[in-house]
Write a protein that binds this ligand. Structure first.
Ligand code: AP5
Length: 226
């Protein structure tokens, strides 16, 4: 099963993906997390991506597509993937379609578009704190950890992302409006898009998403022959 979480920076894609991927039995594949892992490990891919990310620009399509396609071919994704942050351009979406229909046996089952207003997005990005160990994401006001500054799961000190500074975050939103929003129309035209109100409590957003996706997971687990 291949699913996409679509939405602006700060819409809650990562938060929701971490909550639902296990329940759906698929791997959570975040292009941003894969880049940050490469940056941490000083790989050539990380060095290439770092400048773009710090400026709030998109990493070139060819680089992202090749990274995601190799990841989808790994054992971790054998039961499918919940894609978070990919695709982000029409060229990436077309490359994904081509790969899914040729190499990975089925297409995309659903695209969940998490919609949040711009001012709220900026507030969320500037208040976000992340666990360096498990990647859990918190907000200092709206979704705080139980103990200030520490991850609920790992108890490690939380950090703020370089690209969450207000001017970079504003640039990321502009890039989203120009280059990623056309995907809403792209997937709506294929009858794959479901819009979810992302401006509710985290748990309520999850309930709305699972209402759409649980039947799909059920379908996939039914035996082909009774
Ligand atoms: P990436 O890491 O993908 O960042 P993003 O898409 O900008 O998304 P974010 O992680 O900022 O937001 P999110 O929607 O996951 O929100 P979150 O759940 O954390 O990409 C970073 C960079 O990598 C890009 O700028 C680009 O350079 C590069 N890149 C990545 N993919 C690429 C691609 N495909 N092509 C080219 N370049 C690519 O939540 C945000 C905050 O809100 C948190 O504090 C959270 O606690 C809080 N929150 C979440 N839900 C709620 C809620 N319901 N109510 C209140 N607060 C909430």
């Amino acid at each position: 099963m291949y699913l996409i979480l679509l939405g602006a920076p700060g819409a809650g894609k990562g938060t929701q993906a971490k909550l639902i991927a296990d329940d759906l039995g698929v791997a959570h594949v975040s292009s941003g997390d894969l880049f940050r892992e490469n940056i941490k490990n000083n790989t050539p891919l990380g060095l290439e991506a770092k400048g773009y990310m710090n400026r709030g620009e998109l990493v070139p399509d060819a680089t992202v597509i090749s990274m995601i396609m190799s990841h989808l071919g790994t054992d971790a994704c054998r039961r499918g993937a919940l894609l978070d942050g990919f695709p982000r351009t029409i060229a990436q979406a077309e490359a994904l379609d081509a790969a899914l229909y040729s190499g990975f046996d089925s297409g995309i089952q659903k695209v969940i578009y998490i919609k949040v207003e711009t001012e709220e997005l900026l507030n969320r990005l500037s208040g976000r704190w992340i666990c360096p160990t498990c990647g859990s994401s918190y907000h200092e006001v709206k979704n705080p950890p139980k103990v200030a500054g520490l991850c609920d799961v790992e108890s490690t000190a939380l950090y703020q992302r370089e690209d969450d500074k207000r001017s970079t975050a504003e640039n990321r939103l502009q890039v989203y409006f120009n280059q990623t929003m056309p995907l809403i129309e792209f997937y709506a035209a294929q009858n794959l898009l479901v819009e979810i109100n992302g401006q509710q409590e985290v748990e309520d957003v999850k309930v709305d998403i699972m209402e759409v996706l649980t039947p799909l997971a059920g379908e996939r687990s039914k035996p082909l022959v009774a």
